[in-house]
Design a protein. Sequence first.
Length: 179
Amino acid sequence: MIKVAGVLHIKIVTGRNGDFRVGRLVTELGEFAVKDAELDQYEAGRYEGDFGISQISPSYYSTAGRLVVEVRATLAMIALASVDEPEPTVIGLEQDPLDEVPVVPVKIQPIVTETVPESMAVETTDSAADAELFGLLWPLADALKLDPTVDRNVFRKQRDRLKAIGYRFEPMGQQWIRN
């Protein structure tokens, strides 16, 4: 892994599977496309900080009658220094990462930043479905981190459910906080 200072520009793209996030990382090494699942938590905007790059590789896809060739960086670490105002949502012209590779679910121990007794955990009317959706993260703590290595579709559903039950994403701490 290499650590570089840079700016990550995240935009929201509307595709056939719904909204997804893509990034453009600008560093002293060059510019890289970023399509990591973790970006699906962030709002569109400009994020400045230090980034750990675990892999740099060429990638290509076809969309809207054109072939796009790009250099992609896979991020292993994000340490933000500042966050700027959101940028507008874009429609189409990027391939949804769900369409790029077959989805293979991976079960990994989740990262929980704060432990809350079960009696204080978030309760919802659909707790059985939430327990299945969040797995080992259930019951939900007041502050938690989602595991970006799970199936990207599940990751997006977890993000949407957290928003629906009153959580907000805190980009500087890279965690979801209950309002």
